[in-house]
Structures are given as C-alpha cells and as structure tokens.
Design a protein around this ligand. Structure first.
Ligand code: SAH
Length: 405
C-alpha cells in the first residue's frame, strides 16, 4: 500500500490510523488482509491491515518489517500482560479473582482488539475485520501466554457497523458459561459477562472508585454524622460499593437500567450490606439521571459526595457541542446538590470532548450555580488502560475531583 508524498509523517510518528486521503495506491488487498505500507518512493513504513469499508482504511500493527504470525501474537500479548503484572502487584489485586484490561487496543499497539480478564474468564472484543478473522489465532495465543481456560466473545458494539461487521457473541474456549463471575477490587463485584454493559464491567474507573473510597473513609472517621453519597450513573454500584461504610454512609444509586440496578443490589448483599442491620442506608433508583438530578435540586437535597459518571454523550467530534449541553446540565444540577465542603467527582468518557473542553463545561456549570470549587484531582482511566503517547484519541476518560463551597 502506497502513501502519498507528504502524508507519511503521522505514520512515522506511530499514529496507528491511515485514512483514504493519505493512500495513493492500495494493492489488491481484500478487506481484512494484512498490508505492507510504503512511502511514495517505496520505502517501508509499517505493517498493518486493510478494510476498504472502514473510514480508517488501514490500521498499523507494527513499524518493523516483520511477519505478523503466531509468534507476533504471542509477543504482543506478553508485552501487554507484563504491564498488567506490574500493575497487579502495585494494587494488590494479583488474586484468583483479579480483574483488569489485559489489552487496550491501539494503546497496546493492537488496533481493534480489547481483552478484559474477570477472574478465570477472558472476554474478547473484536472491533475490526482483520481482528475478527483472527479470533481463533488470538484465542490460541491468549491461552499460550496467560493459561486462559475460558474465553468469551462480546463483540456486540456499534463500532463494528463502521467496519461492515455484524455483532458477534459466544464462547471461544472452555465453558460452561457462568451466570455471573465474581471479581475482587475495592469491593467484591459480580460481573455479567454475557449481558452486562461493555464486556461486563467498567474497569477503567477502578482507581477513581478507590479514591472516592478513601475520601469517604476519612469523612466517616472525622465525623459521626451520617454522610450522604449520590452515585449517578451507578451501573452495578461501583462507586458506592468502593466507599463501603454501610453503617455511616447513605448512598443513593441512580441508573436508567433495571438489570444494572438488580446487579447492584446483589453486589451490596455480597459485600455484607444488610438492610435491617445497617438501617436502610442504600437506595436504588431507576430513573433518567438528568430528570432525577433536577428533581433533587428542586427538593433542595444535599449530599456530601456526588459522583457523575455518564455514558459517552458524544460519539464523534460533530456531537461535541450537543454533548457539552448535556454535561453542563448534569454538572449544574450536581453543584447545587453538594454541601459546602463536600465533593463532586465528575467524568466524561467521550473521546470527542477534550480535557480542556470538559473543564470549560464544568466551569460554565459552576458559574451558573453560583458556587465555588477547587480542583483537587485530575482523573483518568486506571493504568491497565494505558494511553499510547502517539495516540491522543486513547485518552478518553477524564474527570475532575472538586471540593465545593
Ligand atoms: N459508574 C459506573 C459506570 C457507569 S457507566 C461504575 O463505576 O461501574 C454509565 C451508566 O449510565 C450505565 O450503567 C447506563 O445504564 C447508565 N445510563 C445511561 N443513560 C442514562 C440516563 N439517561 N439516566 C440514567 N442512567 C443512564
């Protein structure tokens, strides 16, 4: 595949995507084939794969002129696994029930592939045609490198449409499929790998859940008064469960999804929450979060902690403006609900909304709320979601920890 003169720089700088505009001549490659990428003089640039149906027509697998074969797959997975080994030791979660992202697609230099581990299950997500074709080889290499006995596929994501692919789910190795898998984090969580969102759990928020847990524990040590947490977009209860302290912390968990809240309820029980012993300190509210926040603001409710972890409101750059209104609306209501001296943890997982823009939006909401706030933490995804420095698009999760007055 030939790159137009003057368009090779991003490739040399290791950006992994090649758009049609940069390509002068594509070989007779079939969609999903490997291609060798050369500059206008025929000099080697990279090896990657091709899909004419995708806007991103080629994605790069290697900047070396090497074979992409079984040994390559084993090397790629070993490199990713070695990073997680360090992280696991750091975080003390190197247990049987460990859960982490083993491979983070472009950011681990394997575009189009995500692999998450949940205890003895590995869940694979194939986002592009070449990766889709390679599933048997990937499963074999994964078993070789990690000893994985059970591999499940959850390739039921919108992004596949842009590659001309249908959703695909099913067992790739081992089994039988469990109802749920139990993992250890700050708390114990049940993960529904078959029906849950994403591959079953929001692993990227692990460090931020832990941070909230620390703040809540400190608050509970300082004051005997019951603290209140509003956990908005709670999914299976993540932030509230990491905060624990069921006897001292009242948590209100809000999500639009009934199955998510049902799983949250099971997770609270798994962690020893007992309604009669703890005095009904946990609420599950199935509601649209935008409406619910406005309702709380009208009722003049107050919380010591508010967490806002909305789904991706902008799928692409063109939706950033509309998404900005959504983020502002949420944050404006949230500011009104935080007690003086309390905390707001506010996130955006939209790649199309930059850190700078997000901060501007949250500032706009603050100004309209008439409150004051200090940034005391700039938040990101946990380290098992590394970001390739040459791939700014990988830095999707951004958050602010704010003290509000
Ligand atoms: N904080 C969670 C992850 C949140 S993911 C954790 O730590 O695990 C975003 C959640 O928002 C999903 O559970 C989804 O069901 C929910 N959601 C999406 N749109 C919503 C809406 N309009 N109102 C309330 N919840 C919504």
């Amino acid at each position: 595949m030939w790159i137009k003169r003057g368009r090779e720089k991003p490739i040399r700088n290791r950006h992994p995507w090649i758009y049609s505009g940069a390509i002068s001549q594509a070989e007779k490659a079939a969609d999903g084939d490997l291609v060798r990428v050369v500059d206008h003089k025929g000099r080697f640039l990279a090896r990657g794969y091709w899909n004419s149906q995708s806007q991103i027509q080629a994605r790069i697998l290697s900047w070396r002129d090497e074979a992409i074969d079984e040994a390559w797959w084993r090397r790629a997975l070993s490199r990713a696994a070695s990073l997680r080994a360090i992280r696991c030791v750091e975080n003390g979660v190197d247990s049987e029930n460990a859960a982490y992202r083993l491979l983070n697609a472009e950011n681990d230099f394997v575009p189009g592939l995500i692999i998450d581990r949940y205890a003895d299950w590995y869940v694979l997500q194939a986002l592009t045609r070449y990766i889709d074709n390679q599933k048997p080889a990937i499963a074999a290499a994964l078993a070789d490198v990690t000893g994985a006995r059970n591999i499940y596929e959850r390739s039921d994501v919108e992004a596949r449409k842009r590659e001309g692919l249908q959703p695909a789910v099913g067992l790739l190795k081992g089994g039988p499929l469990p109802d749920v898998v139990e993992i250890d984090e700050e708390a114990r969580f049940l993960v529904d790998i078959q029906r849950g969102q994403k591959t079953g759990f929001y692993l990227d928020q692990r460090d931020n859940r832990r941070l909230l847990g620390e703040l809540v524990r400190r608050r509970c040590e300082e004051s005997r008064d019951q603290a209140r947490l509003l956990n908005v977009f709670s999914y299976s209860g993540g932030f509230a469960l990491a905060a624990g302290n069921f006897d001292r912390l009242h948590s209100v968990n809000v999500d639009a999804s009934r199955p998510a809240l049902e799983l949250a309820e099971r997770n609270f029980q798994l962690n020893g929450y007992d309604e009669s012993a703890h005095g009904e300190t946990v609420e599950f509210i199935q509601a649209d979060a935008f409406d619910y926040l406005r309702y709380c603001a009208r009722e003049r409710e107050l919380f010591d902690f508010v967490v806002l972890d909305p789904p991706k409101l902008a799928q692409r750059k063109s939706q950033a403006q509309r998404a900005a209104r959504g983020y502002k609306d949420l944050n404006l209501s949230a500011f009104k609900l935080v007690k003086a001296g309390g905390y707001l943890m506010s996130f955006s997982c939209s790649g199309a909304v930059s850190r700078k823009l997000f901060r501007k939006i949250v500032f706009g909401a603050l100004a309209d709320s008439g409150r004051g706030a200090q940034v005391i933490g700039q938040l990101s995804a946990a380290s098992d979601h590394p970001v390739a420095l040459s791939f700014p698009e990988g830095d999707y999760l951004k958050g602010l920890l704010l003290r509000v007055f």
